[in-house]
Write a protein that binds this ligand. Structure first.
Ligand SMILES: *[C@@H]1O[C@H](CO)[C@@H](O)[C@H](O)[C@H]1NC(C)=O
Ligand SMILES: *[C@@H]1O[C@H](CO)[C@@H](O)[C@H](O)[C@H]1NC(C)=O
Ligand SMILES: *[C@@H]1O[C@H](CO)[C@@H](O)[C@H](O)[C@H]1NC(C)=O
Ligand SMILES: [Cu+2]
Length: 243
């Protein structure tokens, strides 16, 4: 109950408050809630800058329940790579539809539509999709319990005005809130509608699209990320002591 209430109010909190609430997994799913934070933090990865033909997205950007960027355009053949952190909490990149933001897009044999892409629940990996039709919006969410209902969703090539915007999609996810269906198992699924995943998530040192010079800056950002998370863990412990 506490978490559900928190979830609804998260969107109206300032970023630092969200960071303090971004803690261990709320439920037993994943089974890794006892992973020592200090071990997990050592290899946290952040998305390098985009290069032509490649878009890099942070999953759980700065320890918030968001993708960053969460709403962007990408022409045909763009490779979009999602960078999952290793911070003791799993996430996914799971295709859905505008109509059902927090529900995996299953294959439809009567229309011949393939299943949506799905990274499965992951941490400390990278997962890429390739845009195959830039004329149709691509909608996705994180399927870890409660995350979608907290607004952890994204859109690629969404309309910029009218009814089917990214804002409307995210609002629909938040309206579902804690009532989303449990779908934490399954994946990875190498498929997709208007974008296709071609390889399983993996923790590789180099990713297509990241430039050769990103190595040093990425270790610098790791240090920053570690310092930030250490302070948020400290703040969380403080809050526990107060409670
Ligand atoms: C989404 O991104 C597009 C650019 O791709 C932008 O034009 C639009 O205003 C954004 N919409 C929202 C709701 O942020
Ligand atoms: C498949 O598509 C048909 C026609 O659009 C629709 O009526 C049906 O509900 C879909 N089935 C599933 C499982 O989504
Ligand atoms: C991208 O590919 C789709 C599917 O083949 C096609 O319909 C669309 O016109 C292409 N977009 C551009 C800008 O050519
Ligand atoms: Cu998530």
């Amino acid at each position: 109950m506490y978490f559900a209430t928190t979830a609804i109010s998260l969107l109206s909190l300032p970023a630092f408050a969200i960071a303090q609430l971004y803690g261990p997994a709320p439920g037993p799913a994943g089974g890794a809630t006892s992973t020592p934070a200090t071990t997990a933090l050592a290899t946290a990865a952040t998305a390098p800058p985009d290069t032509p033909g490649f878009v890099n997205v942070d999953v759980a950007f700065q320890e918030t329940f968001t993708f960053h960027p969460s709403n962007f355009s990408a022409p045909n053949n763009t490779v979009v790579t999602f960078f999952f952190p290793n911070a003791g909490l799993m996430h996914s990149v799971t295709q859905s539809t505008f109509e059902d933001p927090c529900t995996y897009l299953v294959a439809n044999s009567s229309t011949g539509s393939p299943a949506g892409f799905d990274s499965g629940l992951q941490e400390n990996v990278q997962f890429s999709i390739t845009i195959t039709d830039d004329q149709t919006p691509i909608w996705f969410h994180c399927k870890f319990p409660l995350h979608c209902g907290m607004g952890m969703v994204g859109a690629i090539n969404a309309q910029t005005s009218g009814s089917n915007t990214f804002s409307a999609f995210q609002a629909a996810a938040v309206a579902i809130g804690a009532n989303e269906q449990d779908q934490s198992s399954g994946g990875p699924v190498l498929a997709g509608v208007d974008a296709t995943a071609t390889a399983a998530p993996s923790n590789t040192a180099s990713v297509s699209g990241s430039s050769g010079s990103s190595g040093s800056s990425s270790s610098a950002s790791r240090v920053t990320a570690t310092a930030g998370i250490v302070s948020f863990v400290g703040a969380a412990l403080f809050m526990v002591l107060l409670a």
